[in-house]
Design a protein around this ligand. Sequence first.
Ligand code: NAP
Length: 288
Amino acid sequence: MRSALVFGGSSQIGMPLLNRLRSDGWRVIAVSRDERSDEPGLQWLRGDLGRVEGLPRQVETIFSCGPLDLFAQWFAGTPPETGRVVAFGSTSIDVKRGSSDAGERENAARLREGERSLFATADARGIAATVLRPTLVYGAGRDRTLTRIARVAQRFGYFALPRDAVGLRQPAHVEDLAAAAFAVAPATAAHGQSYALPGGETLTYRDMVARLLDSLQPAPKLVELPGPMFNLLLAAAHAAGHAQGFGEAAVARMRSDLTFDAAPAQRDFGYAPRPFRPTADMFAQREA
Ligand SMILES: NC(=O)c1ccc[n+]([C@@H]2O[C@H](COP(=O)([O-])OP(=O)(O)OC[C@H]3O[C@@H](n4cnc5c(N)ncnc54)[C@H](OP(=O)(O)O)[C@@H]3O)[C@@H](O)[C@H]2O)c1
C-alpha cells in the first residue's frame, strides 16, 4: 500500500490533498499541532515541525502543505526514510523579494532559504524533491486575500479599490493545487524542480474583485476611487483598526502584473487549473 506523511494536512490545500490520497487508497499519516480524530486511511499525529512523536520509520512520499522554512529545517534533521518529497512554497519568493515592505522581503528570503535548504538536503541524501509555488490561493473560505475581501464587502455592503487596480492576477483554486501535489508525486520529470502554479485564468485585480462581489448574495457594490481618495479611506480604515497588514506595498502591487507560466507544470504533470468562476460558498467561513 502506498504511504504518505503530510505536514500542513489541516491547511486549505492540505485538506483536499488528504482526501485525494485516501480515495486513492494511500495510507496517510498527517501531523497537526491540534488534537484531531483519525478516519479510515488517515492517522493524525499531534506535534509540530519542531517536535513530533510516533513518526513511521519509512514512508513513500512526504508532503508539506505548511510553512516551507520550518519544513526544510525539519527535513534537514532526521526525517523518516523516503524517496520523494513534495513541498508547497509560494510565488511570493519572486513577487516580494523587491518589496518596499521589510516584512514582505523577509518572507521572500525565508521562502528562498527554505527552497535552497530543501533541495540541498534532498540532493545530499539522493531524495527526489519538488517545490510547488501557488499564486493567490482561494476556494476554501480560509485565504487571506479573496475571502478577506468578501468578508469586508459583506460587512460594509461595498468594497473600494483605486481606479488603477489593473495589475493582472491568476487566482488558483485549492482543489487544483491539491490535484497538482497528487499528480506531481509520481512524475519523474519534476525531480529537483520548482514550479509556479497559477490559476487557469488571467484577469485584472479589478475584474477579479468585481467577479468575486457578483458571486455574493446580496452582491456588495464595487466602488472605484481616485488614488488619493482611496489612500484617505485606507488611512481611516487603519486608524479604526481595519485592513491591518494591507499597506503601501500591497496597494502598489494592485497596479503590477503578477503572472506566471503554467506550461512547465502542464508539461511535466498535467497541471490543468480551472478558470476563475467564484461562488459564494468558496468564501464562506470554515474551520480548519
Ligand atoms: N494562502 C495563500 O495565498 C498561499 C499562496 C501561495 C502559497 N501558499 C502556500 O501553500 C501552503 C498552504 O497554505 P495555507 O495558506 O493553506 O496554509 P498556511 O497558513 O501556510 O499553513 C497552515 C498549515 O501549516 C501547519 N503548520 C503551521 N505551523 C506549523 C508548525 N510549526 N508545525 C507543523 N505544522 C504547522 C498548520 O497545521 P496545524 O494548524 O494543524 O498545526 C496548517 O495545516 C503553504 O505552504 C503556503 O506557503 C499559500
